[in-house]
Design a protein around this ligand. Structure first.
Ligand code: SF4
Length: 204
């Protein structure tokens, strides 16, 4: 297996479906090429979502599946669907990286949340599509779970059908995937929001 990309006749149909769900790009690669690292998990432990009690979500450490679990899953599911959502920053969001103005910071947060939620909805749609097509799969979400505005944590998840784990919190290095397949991620983001998620699957 030398190519990164999977070439199968039914892959085009799957990619069309993802674009129809309003993703910007979708690629299917062999899941053995998914970069896994505990560093991504450690960074998530340092995130406000993991540290501030009222921001905690069931999708994040220490509640997620871990690197070893995902490694085993890449053996179970040979293909990985990589999903990307891209949107240009309007002028007030771009400016927020260079200012202390709290209004601009709040607008940037709200703007980013719209696209995190959009990617989450796409991933829930992909999960549903795989189910309808009887394709065995495992789907992640968009950063922390965006199934609800405010998570029910520490009470049990109120929307199990919308629940998706964070890919970063599961040890998946999204930036290295972006580099491998040529998704133009800016670090730090200046001109556009660039979000990614993935699903592992098997199909005949
Ligand atoms: S679906 Fe809602 S309650 Fe469940 S983990 Fe996600 S945000 Fe929390």
């Amino acid at each position: 297996m030398s190519s990164l990309y999977v070439e199968k006749t039914n892959i085009r149909r799957l990619i069309n479906k993802v674009i129809e769900l309003s993703a910007t790009r979708a690629h299917v690669i062999y899941s053995q090429y998914i970069p896994l690292t505990w560093k991504a998990v450690m960074l998530c432990l340092d995130c406000k979502v993991a540290q501030v009690p009222w921001m905690k979500r069931w999708s994040c450490p220490p509640y997620t599946i871990n690197v070893e679990d995902v490694k085993a899953m890449t053996r179970q599911y040979p293909y990985a669907l990589i999903v990307n959502v891209e949107a240009p920053f309007p002028f007030f969001v771009k400016a927020s990286w260079h200012t202390w103005n709290p209004f601009l910071h709040v607008t940037q947060k709200i703007y980013s949340h719209i696209f995190w939620s959009k990617l989450h909805t796409i991933m829930v749609g992909i999960k549903k599509y795989f189910g309808e097509e009887s394709i065995s799969s495992y789907c992640w979400g968009s950063a922390p779970c965006h199934g609800c505005f405010k998570c029910s944590f520490p009470q049990k998840c109120r929307k199990p059908d919308s629940f998706l784990y964070s890919p970063e919190a599961s040890g998946i290095d999204l930036y290295r995937i972006a580099q491998k397949i040529g998704i133009p991620v800016e670090i730090p983001p200046q001109k556009k929001i660039q979000l990614m998620s993935l699903a592992l699957f098997d199909m005949p």
